[in-house]
Design a protein around this ligand. Structure first.
Ligand SMILES: Cc1ncc(COP(=O)(O)O)c(C=O)c1O
Length: 371
């Protein structure tokens, strides 16, 4: 006769999960998949060219799927280093840059570690800080939602922040910091400053990677999900001084980048012209969206240096989002950020997708006006 198990209730098992994890919500975008025009996740509308997919399908037949990949995808790391003009030893390639965000948590954050993050910011960073029980100091934006660089610097100095995160251009606002603002913060900080450059390809101010030469506490974070259009493949990377990268490697899970993802990125990197063309089109598309939204009565839009923008109308954001979804257009409600009540975010798509969005929005707003 088997004895009674020591733990028989699932509720008792759940109490074993750390409270800082139980207090969180799982990251879910919750997109209705039937929407034709998907402009809700700042993705690129451009898939890999068909010929390239064909080449990759052939390459797949030569992959040793039974063998572990290297700890780091060395060929890809070298190619990224050459493209960006940095030391390959300072690069860690991750399973998306999100994975490296978690790695920063395990490498730098003990309970009570002081951390500074401007608001509103890509929510994953605050989540990692909360899960690690770090001591998070959020810094509100100025009235126009731009970064308050002086207040960030003050918070960094006053708290002795071990880690500060700057996402520029910022998701969710699309607004960027100047290089001078970034440098002032890096210079004042006694901790590391992570500069998340997920949208760097679209940013006229360029990259802060040059700061690495002067400042050992800078960590640049990049993704291949946006300008390079590989959100479905999951690749991102960080650039730091090699000594720092070697230490951060110790806190990572091994084998995070599989053999096939590396091949895909390597193949795409060869197509520099195509990538530049696509980025130029998306920059133009974002500015055209902003101009069109500015023209619409009752619509307020925030300028953007990324591949998306946020806007609000007099209508309730949930209702407007649902209305657009009913017209086949998916955008993201930003109302979850207390600083962004009523705001929706729309990513730049193809010309046809942007037109579909603007038409659906115009119709939706007109219907309410005449109701
Ligand atoms: C600021 C920022 N960092 C990182 C990411 C995610 O990048 P990845 O797809 O490489 O995990 C996003 C995605 O929206 C983002 O907006």
């Amino acid at each position: 006769m088997p004895s009674t198990p020591a733990l028989s209730s699932i509720d008792d098992v759940l109490t074993l999960i750390r409270p800082s994890v139980r207090d969180e919500h799982a990251y879910v975008v919750g997109a209705p998949s039937e929407c034709e025009v998907k402009l809700n996740q700042n993705e690129s509308p451009y898939d890999l060219p068909a010929e390239l997919k064909q080449e990759l399908a052939e390459a797949f037949t030569h992959i040793d799927a039974n063998r572990y990949p290297n700890e780091q995808p060395n060929e890809l790391r070298d190619a990224l280093a050459e493209r960006d003009g940095v030391d390959p030893e300072g690069i860690i390639v991750g399973n998306g840059s999100n994975e490296l965000t978690y790695t920063f948590g395990t490498a730098f954050l003990d309970p009570g570690t002081p951390v500074v993050m401007p608001r509103p910011m890509f929510s994953l960073y605050e989540k990692v800080a909360r899960i690690c029980n770090a001591d998070l100091t959020p810094v509100p934006p100025r009235d126009d939602l731009s970064f308050d660089a002086d207040a960030i610097k003050r918070a960094v100095v006053d708290t002795g922040a071990v880690m500060t995160v700057l996402t520029t251009p910022n998701n969710p606002t699309g607004l960027a910091m100047t290089m001078d603002e970034i440098e002032q913060i890096v210079r004042a900080a006694e901790g590391i400053v992570v500069v998340d450059e997920a949208y760097v390809e679209f940013n006229p101010a360029g990259s802060a990677a040059d700061l690495l030469e002067t400042y050992p506490n800078v960590v640049i974070l990049r993704t291949l999900s946006k300008g390079m259009g590989l959100a479905g493949v999951r690749l991102g990377y960080m650039i730091a001084r090699p000594e720092l990268a070697h230490e951060i490697m110790k806190s990572r899970l091994p084998f995070m980048v599989d053999r096939f993802s590396e091949k895909i990125a390597l193949a795409l990197i060869q197509h520099d012209d195509l990538l530049s063309e696509r980025v130029a089109a998306l920059k133009q598309a974002t500015q055209s969206l902003i101009a069109a939204l500015e023209e619409m009565p009752g619509v307020e839009v925030v300028p953007s240096e990324a591949n998306f923008c946020i806007f609000r109308t007099e209508r309730d954001a949930d209702a407007l989002q649902a209305d657009l979804a009913a017209s086949g257009v998916l955008v993201r409600n930003m109302g979850g950020y207390p600083e962004l009540p009523g705001y929706l975010r729309v990513s730049a798509g193809t010309e046809a997708e942007n037109k579909a969005f603007l038409t659906a929005l115009e119709r939706s707003l007109a219907r309410v006006d005449t109701a």
